[in-house]
Design a protein around this ligand. Structure first.
Ligand SMILES: [Zn+2]
Length: 266
């Protein structure tokens, strides 16, 4: 028995996630498309702008609309965080987190930096507010996982070359890259502005139901990668110990093997 590589949940070779900002009313249509094709997304909301009328998703709809996806922090009122004193940053993140938790009924643990900018101080403050990850707007055009999830760069905006990025992901030789992640971000209102809903609908149709891909929200990606990174390996690659509370999958002699919580094999 030789352990060769880490795999995504259920032994999948790739992962696809989406992140959409601002919670404007075009999210109703985007969520419908995601649900139709089995896509999973994270929606970063500014609770300070959300009312029961106007341009945003109605507060009464937040829990039901985004059910099965993830609601995440985008600050209470969308300021550019590095320009602010620390007390105001803390208030912007904590207040948004608290309100979203009241609306959704679960612990909100991730975010996207409003307007994109961040620095070390901002990342540390957001982490101390209970954020497990924070997304930037810096496109990498690759599939690598971040070393530090408080600086989580997406692969691409949805205006990037989605078809090529998808084809390269699913045609990647097995195990060329440990746990490749295709991470797409944007704003749903951009599809109205550019009158190009066909971009996301066409991509979701193409990417739906691939047997080698795990469709996950941002926090599911974070939780899974954290668990993977906790696994301890023997030097001879014959044994692995999973101290986390969720199953992880590893490649053993070319086959996916589930390592259950607390399990030590082989
Ligand atoms: Zn925004």
């Amino acid at each position: 028995m030789k352990i060769k590589n880490r795999l995504w949940k259920d032994g999948k070779k790739g992962c696809l996630t989406f992140s959409y900002d601002d919670g404007k009313k075009q999210d109703y249509r985007l969520v419908e498309i995601f649900n139709k094709y089995g896509m999973k997304g994270t929606f970063n909301l500014n609770s300070g702008f959300m009312r029961d009328n106007g341009d945003h998703v109605m507060t009464k709809d937040v829990a039901t609309l985004y059910a099965g996806h993830e609601v995440a922090v985008h600050s209470h009122t969308h300021p550019t965080l590095p320009e602010l004193p620390s007390t105001i940053i803390l208030e912007e993140i904590m207040r948004d987190k608290q309100i979203l938790e009241e609306w959704c009924g679960y612990t909100v643990r991730g975010m996207a930096y409003p307007n994109g900018p961040y620095d070390e101080r901002v990342a540390r403050l957001c982490h101390d507010c209970g954020m497990n990850y924070a997304r930037t707007t810096v496109a990498t055009n690759n599939y690598r996982l971040p070393e530090d999830f408080m600086v989580l760069h997406p692969t691409t905006h949805h205006n990037g070359n989605l078809d090529k990025l998808w084809d390269d992901l699913v045609n990647m030789p097995p195990f060329r890259l440990n746990m490749p992640l295709l991470y797409i971000w944007g704003h749903s209102y951009e599809f109205d502005m550019k009158d190009n809903w066909n971009v996301i609908e066409g991509f979701c149709e193409k990417a739906a139901n691939h047997p080698d891909v795990w469709y996950a929200t941002n926090i599911e990606v974070f939780d899974y990668v954290r668990a993977q990174r906790m696994v301890d390996y023997s030097i001879d690659k014959n044994m692995a110990y999973n101290p986390s509370a969720i199953s992880v999958w590893i490649d053993v002699d070319g086959k996916p093997v589930e390592l259950k919580p607390g399990e030590n094999k082989f």
